[in-house]
Every structure is written in C-alpha cells, then in structure tokens.
Ligand binder design. Structure first.
Ligand code: GLY
Length: 596
C-alpha cells in the first residue's frame, strides 16, 4: 500500500548528494539571529539532513548543527536544548524523555530511557491523604510531583554514545537563543497565559514569565539569561553539574520548600526529592520494541514507556484483521478497536520493568494479537471500556469481549525528528508533563520543574494489580512513542508526537493514514484525528468524519486538538521529506539542509 519505499542504497545516495551539493559550509552570518513566527514551514523536501520540530528556532539551531557537519544526534540535542528555551512549557532540563536512534553504520536501533524517577522516599500512597487521592491539580502544582530530571543525562548519554560534538557545542545555539532572545509567537503567549494563575503564585516563575505582571506580548523578544547561564554551567562542567553541586542543591530546595507567595491561595505541597536521588540518576540504554507491520520493521520505546508496546500491539491487531483492500470506514473502525484493546492491556500490564514483570514479548506477539483481533466485529463497535486480555501464551480462545475500566491521562510534551547526511535518524520525545510542568521555575536557573510523577496512578485502578502505582526509585509509566520504521533495514519513516496518552493514538493513526489509507506523509500528519483509549466515547477533532463510524456504534466527544506530530520520510530517490503540523499548536517547522 505504500506509495514509495527507500532503496537499499539510500545512505550512500544521500551522502553522495550532500557532498556534491557542498553542504556543511553555510556561513553563520547568512542566518538571522532569531526566527520569527512567519519563518515556520511545515513541509520541506531535500537532501543532506533534516530537522522537524514544533518551533522555528529549534529547527534552525538543529539545522545549523547539521550544516556545520554535525550528525542527527548532535542536531537532536541542539534542537531539544533550544526547545527548552522557546517551548519551555512542554520540555526542558527540568524534565525527561525517550530518545530513539537509528545508527546507519550498524543498521541498529538504540534507545535511551531518560524518564524522570521518583525519589527513594516515595511510597505507593504518597498521593493519598486521609484515604483519598489529593486533588489532581494540587498534585500537579507541587513539589510532590517532581521526579529526578532525565533530560540532561539523556543529552550527555546520546552525545557520548553516538554524537560527533561535545555538549558545549551542542548547547551553543540554544544558549544564544536564551541570551539574545526569540520572537514571542501566539502559541508561547497563549501557553504563558494559560499558566498565569500558577506562575503568579511563585516569585521565580512570575519573574521569568510574567515580567510586567502579564504574559509577554506577541512579537516581543523574550530572553532567558538565567537559562543561558545554566546552559553555560552544563557546557563547562557537564551534566553532573545538575545532578550534584549547587544546582542540585537549588533543585532540592525548590522541591522541598516550594517558593510560593505567602498570600497565594494555592495549596502547594512539598516534595520528597533529596540530593541522593539526583546523584544516583541514570538514563539507561534499553532494547527497543519491535513489530513487523506490512513488511516493515516498526521500532519503538520499551517500558517504562507504554508507547512502543501499545503502538506495536495495536499494529499487530490491525495486521491480524487483514485490512488489505478494506474501505476507509473499516480501516478506521479497526484502528479505533485495536487501540481500545491495546490500551486495556497497557493499563493492566505496563509499568516500570524494574518493579513490574511486564509481559512484553507476549503483548507484542502475533498470537496474542490474533486473540485480541478476534474480538473485533466488523459490523459493530465493542462496548467500552473493554477488559484486558490474558497474555499467557495460550492463544486459542476467541471469547466475548468483557467490560473493563477506563484509564486517565493528561496532555502536553514535545517531539522532534532529525536525520543527517550519513543516514542516521533520531526520533526524540521529551516533556515536563503538564503544560508548564509543576509551574515552579528553579530560582535564578531559568527552567521549570516537571510534574511527571502525576503520570503514576494515585490509587489502584486494576483491582489489586495496578502496574503504575508510585514507588521508591520507580519511573511512572509514559505514553511517549518516538518511532522509527525501517524497510529492508533502512529508514522509511521516523515520527512521534506530544499529547499524553493520545501520543500513542496519534502515532498509530499517522501510520494507518500513511500505510493503510494511502495518504502521503503531509496529509497523514494533517488529517483530522480521533483517539480511542478504551473509553466509552472516542475523542475526535472537529474535522474528523464521524458519521460512518457512528453507524457502527462508536460514540464521539469533541477534542479541539490532538497531538502535534513531527515526522521524516525517506523517499525512494534518496530525498528526505520533513513534515510538521500545518496548524496544530500554531504549526510546526520542518527544514532540510539542501532543498530539492
Ligand atoms: N508525560 C507524558 C507521558 O509521559 O506520556
């Protein structure tokens, strides 16, 4: 069904074209000091490398690194660091993420788990008071929700393992943007405004983001000199400077004694983080998840993210449903059903593998997928929520679907995708969890802390078997789904999205759009979305055509915007097709080193 596929000689072809075009020598002086809102282009096709993010400055900085001879890993770190400046309410060094990397030299896919980690003092009932969960909003804006940041260690690990530049070089462009400033766009202004009540409660946050008592005006230049100094510190001393020493002291003090105004009406609980938690943090390499879908190899992020297992299980269910030649309504019906079934299993079985025996091989097996696919009725939607399956190796039954319980999740985060002239590829999703994280800027340091520990379930949702309760040193289950798809061992697609648990369905729907519904990649990303995460009703964007699916029994509720994806496709002629959102989250920014 694919409209194009890369050839085995893609890497050599891209490299040859890049050399012929003389990329890697563009002078810095030819570029503007910072990008403006009008500089965003959502689709770019060409050679020599590509970067796609939600933000023009981040894309430009990543592209600069490629032009100066850096590789996809260098560009990903540089772009991510810039997003920490220009997209600070979704990512930054106060948060964590998952990094998926295709290494052209070996043909291997590697991943880094940079997930935030609960302090050793955390207990399964740390979000419970007097027998009931604390209000979710209270948990978000607190010290209690702060996990040990994983993003700095992820950057250091990625550069040490596969990078070609040091951290100082990778941080240079982002530091310039922080110091010299960037032009505020509507998205940044809106996201600041959405946080005004919280930011006003903390002197450090108000000082940075509400300088004149209000969000910065669209078109003004926003500078973050404190973050520039923090990046300088990391450039000089390495990321250990964040995990030990004075910066670690500042993080712990902020978590344990949040700097809320005395007259604030917010209830801001202190957190449990200690210096030892920061000092012992690790960002391990993990084996990627892998499923085969329509002859392609789909690599994703293993637990503690549920991204790879849930996207992979749903793809297996779709493949078991034999949709080749199906009409679009049946394809989308199966997409929704496969997603609901996979979410039931995710909610029941996936958590931090250091604490939970995740039956990953079974969840990703064709046998289990066939048993789950057997429940789907082409003529009628299943009653939601569906119950989880039993991934036990005995896959002969096709029972009636039982009713289960719904899961819950929020939305935020950011995703970037890079590729270089040598054929290396990065799909990297990073976050501080809620929009604006926990709302607290570390005083004098220029970055927000995460509230990632609200990704734990506060109380048991699975009848005594919840794999995602808090625990000491435990990583909360994530939905981040950075994904790389290979065809015959070479890159075909790389993609990912923000959006809490809708990340999984956004990645899945883009794959279905591209691989099963025959859309080209820009159309697959732009198409209206619907997300079925084992809930009674499907959430759908306004443009999604509900009528034929309603006839099958699906019910819908509105969701104004789902996800903000970025993706790269590797075309047959060796060109790169870099794609970002045309509209969602203000539109993204795709660029290639050399236009076709
Ligand atoms: N914080 C979003 C996720 O990890 O899925």
């Amino acid at each position: 069904m694919r409209s194009s596929r890369p050839t085995g000689s893609l890497v050599a072809l891209v490299a040859a074209v890049a050399l012929a075009l003389g990329v890697g020598v563009a002078p810095a002086s030819a570029r503007p000091p910072h990008s403006g809102p009008g500089d965003k282009v959502p689709v770019a096709t060409g050679y020599g490398g590509a970067v796609t993010t939600v933000d023009a400055d981040a894309t430009r900085v990543g592209l600069d690194v490629l032009r100066q001879g850096g590789n996809a890993v260098d560009a990903a770190v540089a772009a991510a660091a810039t997003l920490g400046v220009t997209e600070p309410f979704s990512s930054g060094i106060g948060g964590g993420g998952f990094f998926v990397y295709y290494d052209a030299a070996t043909g291997q896919v590697h991943t880094i788990d940079g997930r935030e980690t609960a302090p050793m003092a955390m207990r399964s009932d740390s979000f419970v008071e007097n027998g009931v969960s604390i209000p979710f909003a209270d948990a978000v804006t607190s010290g209690l929700s702060v996990g040990v940041p994983g993003t700095p260690r992820t950057w250091a690990t990625a550069l040490e393992q596969w990078g070609s530049v040091d951290l100082r070089t990778a941080l240079h462009g982002a530091t310039e943007v922080a110091r010299k400033g960037f032009v505020v766009d509507q998205t940044f202004a809106d996201q600041t405004a959405a946080n005004t009540a919280r930011f006003s409660a903390f002197k450090s946050s108000a000082h940075l983001y509400l300088r004149h008592g209000a969000p910065p005006a669209v078109g003004s230049v926003f500078r973050n000199p404190d973050l520039a100094k923090t990046y300088d510190l990391l450039a000089r001393n390495g990321v250990d400077a964040l995990y030990t020493g004075k910066l670690a002291d500042d993080i712990v003090e902020t978590v344990q004694d949040p700097p809320a105004h005395k007259n604030s009406t917010l209830v801001v609980r202190p957190g449990l983080l200690e210096l030892g938690d920061l000092a012992s943090y690790q960002a391990p390499l993990r084996a990627p998840t892998l499923v085969s879908y329509r002859g392609l190899d789909v690599y994703g992020m293993a637990p503690p993210s549920s991204g790879g297992s849930t996207v992979g299980e749903a793809l297996n269910i779709l493949e078991a449903s034999d949709l080749v030649g199906a009409d679009p309504t049946q394809t989308l019906h199966h997409y929704l059903e496969a997603s609901a079934l996979a979410f039931a299993d995710r909610n029941r079985y996936v958590g931090d593998p250091a604490f939970v025996d995740v039956p990953l091989a079974h969840l990703l097996s064709d046998g289990f997928a066939a048993e789950r696919a057997c429940l789907i009725d082409p003529a009628a939607a299943l009653i939601k929520p569906v119950a989880p399956g039993v991934p036990d190796g005995d896959y002969t039954s096709c029972e009636t679907a039982a009713v289960g319980t719904e899961g819950t999740d929020g939305q935020s985060t950011t995703h970037l995708t890079t590729a270089d002239q040598w054929g290396n590829v990065v799909a990297y999703t990073l976050t501080i969890e809620s929009l604006g994280g926990n709302g607290i800027v570390v005083p004098g340091r220029g970055f927000l802390l995460n509230n990632e520990l609200t990704d734990f379930n506060f109380t048991d949702t699975q009848g005594g078997n919840d794999p995602n309760l808090p625990g000491p040193g435990k990583r909360p289950r994530s939905s981040m789904a950075p994904t790389i798809v290979l065809a015959d061992g070479t890159p075909f697609l790389a993609l990912g999205s923000p959006g809490g648990s809708t990340i999984i369905t956004t990645v899945l729907q883009i794959l279905v759009n591209r691989l099963d519904l025959g859309m080209d990649l820009p159309a697959a990303v732009a198409a209206p979305r619907a997300t079925q995460r084992n809930t009674v009703a499907v959430q759908a964007e306004p443009g999604f055509d509900r009528t034929p699916l309603q006839a099958l029994g699906h019910t819908f509720v509105d969701n104004p915007e789902i996800g903000a994806a970025t993706a790269i496709e590797f075309l047959e002629d060796g060109a790169l097709l870099a794609v970002a959102e045309p509209v969602r989250r203000g539109g993204g920014s795709a660029a290639v080193v050399q236009d076709r």
